[in-house]
Design a protein around this ligand. Structure first.
Ligand code: ZN
Length: 199
C-alpha cells in the first residue's frame, strides 16, 4: 500500500547575531490568518530541527510578535512544584503565542545558563525574574493570562526579549560577558560579511 505523505512544513533559515532584524522592535499581530498559522508551523519545524526550546519570529527574519516554544519533552513529568502556567500550557506544546507580554514579574530572581539559536555555541548565566505573569493569545484566538515559572517562565522571557530587540548577551553580568565577547564579535563579523555578500 502506498502511504499518503503529508508534506512536512519546511524549515526557515535562522538569522544570527549581527543581523539588524534581531535588534528591531517587532510589531503587534492584528489577526491570526492562515499565513500566520503556516509561519508558526514552519517556525516549530525550524525550532525542532535546530534542537531549540523556543524561537521568536525575528530569528527567521519576520519582525512580528510571534513566538513558538516547547519546554516539555516529557509532557507527563511536570515537576511537583510546577507553576499554574506549566500545568495549563503543557497540553498545548508545541506552544504558539501571539502578542505575548510579561504583565508582571516577580522580585525574586533566578540565575541559569542560556543559549540562543541566533547566538550559536555561546552560553552564559542570565539572571531573570523567577516568575512572570504571561499574557498572550493562542492560535485559536483564546486569551491566556497565567503565572509561569521554571524553564517555561525563563523561555517566555527570553523569547519576548527577542520581540523587543534584546538578546541574552545583553543581560549577562560584566564578567560573564567578557568571557564571550570575542566569540560574539567574530559571529557578528561573519553575519555582516554574509549579509553584504547576499546584497
Ligand atoms: Zn534566543
Amino acid at each position: 500500500m502506498i502511504g499518503i505523505f503529508k508534506k512536512k512544513p519546511e524549515t526557515l533559515p535562522l538569522r544570527h547575531y549581527g543581523d539588524p532584524v534581531l535588534r528591531k522592535k517587532a510589531r503587534p499581530i492584528a489577526a491570526v490568518t492562515p499565513e500566520l498559522r503556516k509561519l508558526a508551523e514552519q517556525m516549530i519545524a525550524t525550532m525542532y530541527a535546530s534542537r531549540g526550546v523556543g524561537l521568536a519570529a525575528p530569528q527567521i527574519g519576520k519582525s512580528i510578535r510571534l513566538i513558538v516554544l516547547d519546554t516539555m519533552p516529557g509532557k507527563d513529568d511536570l515537576p511537583p512544584d510546577a507553576t499554574p502556567g506549566e500545568i495549563l500550557l503543557a497540553p498545548f506544546m508545541p506552544l504558539v503565542l501571539v502578542n505575548p507580554e510579561v504583565a508582571e514579574a516577580s522580585k525574586e530572581t533566578e540565575v541559569a545558563s542560556e543559549g540562543c539559536l541566533s547566538v550559536p555555541k555561546i552560553f552564559g548565566d542570565v539572571e531573570r525574574p523567577a516568575y512572570v505573569l504571561l499574557r498572550a493569545t493562542l492560535l485559536d484566538g483564546e486569551k491566556v493570562e497565567v503565572e509561569c515559572g521554571g524553564l517555561l517562565g525563563r523561555c517566555i522571557q527570553h523569547e519576548i526579549d527577542h520581540l523587543d530587540g534584546v538578546l541574552f548577551p545583553d543581560r549577562l553580568a560584566k564578567v560573564e560577558l567578557e568571557m564571550v565577547t570575542e566569540e560574539i564579535e567574530k559571529l557578528e563579523a561573519r553575519t555582516q560579511a554574509a549579509l553584504k555578500k547576499a546584497k
